[in-house]
Ligand binder design. Structure first.
Ligand code: SF4
Length: 305
């Protein structure tokens, strides 16, 4: 029977006993749970990666202005800025994470990995990683399976939804998935992979979900960029064998505990945090008025006799 992804310790133990890489346990799970063969699973993942790449490209090449006006071509602006804060690679990472997420905010096609709100993190990270290290598509697809295993466990032990666990559950989980993928693609071992996940979660704990006007735009888009940066910093730390000290399963338990204790105004209700600021409220009211104006007029009906 395939491993059921209840916790990270069990996943590592199972793969150690079976002498298989971590991603293979996810592949077995998919085959058993979904009744698909491995060829189809790899094909589907490869096509998902193509959608991620297309989202990055679209975000950087096509106009990205949301109906609310809060999103205005941020990815392109960062990509083309002559001021480079760290390195051209870092600039590309940030611009790509923004770009792919902006496509989602502008109703384009993305891969929800694990959610639409966090759909810029894996694309920005993987496209940049592949470009820098010349990684084969096959390896990237394996890393997506690994990332899916990370999400499965977080989903079971905590949550992947902002409405349940706050933004730590969405962008935090996506960053954890991305950091595992980076470490795997760069040859890290199982301990380093899970340490990267633990460190990433430590950095994202407590983040609330407070979308302005209830739209997945502000602060969602910029959080995709910061989560991608954290995924990379965590991978760098883990690959250097610097321990996160708290084991990954306990980090996920902490995420679940924090999510449970968060007040509902910080769980996608747009009643707290940035959504409740003066400016956030003014934007929400403006959008609401605009929406009322565009509602179609009801058709005239004949009076009842
Ligand atoms: S703030 Fe809320 S809606 Fe936005 S990305 Fe985070 S969890 Fe999703």
């Amino acid at each position: 029977m395939a491993f059921l992804f209840k916790d990270f310790a069990g996943w590592k133990k199972y793969c150690g006993e079976q002498k298989i890489p971590l991603y293979k346990a996810v592949l077995e799970y998919e085959i058993e749970q979904k009744g698909r063969d491995s060829k189809l699973i790899f094909e589907k993942l490869a096509s998902s990666y193509e959608v991620m790449k297309e989202a990055v490209k679209a975000g950087l090449e096509q106009p990205m202005i949301s109906r609310s006006g809060m999103i205005d071509n941020g990815g392109k602006k960062v990509f083309n800025n002559p001021i480079t804060v760290l390195s051209p690679e870092f600039q590309k990472l940030i611009s790509r994470a923004l770009a792919a997420k902006e496509v989602n905010s502008c109703m384009g096609r993305v891969v929800a990995a694990p959610t639409a709100g966090a759909s810029g993190i894996l694309p920005g990270t993987l496209v940049t990683l592949q470009e820098i290290h010349d990684i084969k598509d096959e390896k990237i697809v394996e890393s997506l399976l690994l990332a899916a295993g990370v999400a499965l466990i977080i989903e079971r032990k905590a949550s992947l939804a902002g409405a349940v666990g706050g933004c730590q559950a969405e962008t935090g989980s996506a960053a954890a998935m991305a950091s595992a993928a980076i470490v795997y693609c760069l040859g890290g071992d199982d301990n380093q992979i899970f340490n990267a996940v633990a460190i990433t979660i430590q950095c994202m704990l407590g983040l609330v979900c407070d979308p302005v006007a209830g739209l997945v735009e502000v602060p969602c888009v910029v959080r995709n960029a910061s989560a991608a940066a954290i995924a990379n910093s965590s991978a760098q730390i883990a690959l250097s064998d610097v321990s996160g000290v708290i084991p990954v399963d306990e980090c996920v338990d902490a995420m679940g505990e924090i999510g449970q204790s968060m007040e509902s105004r910080y769980k996608e209700t747009a009643l707290g945090g940035l959504a409740a600021t003066k400016t956030g409220q003014a934007i929400a009211n403006k959008i609401l008025i605009k929406d009322i104006e565009v509602l179609p007029q009801p058709k005239a009906t004949s009076k009842a006799k």
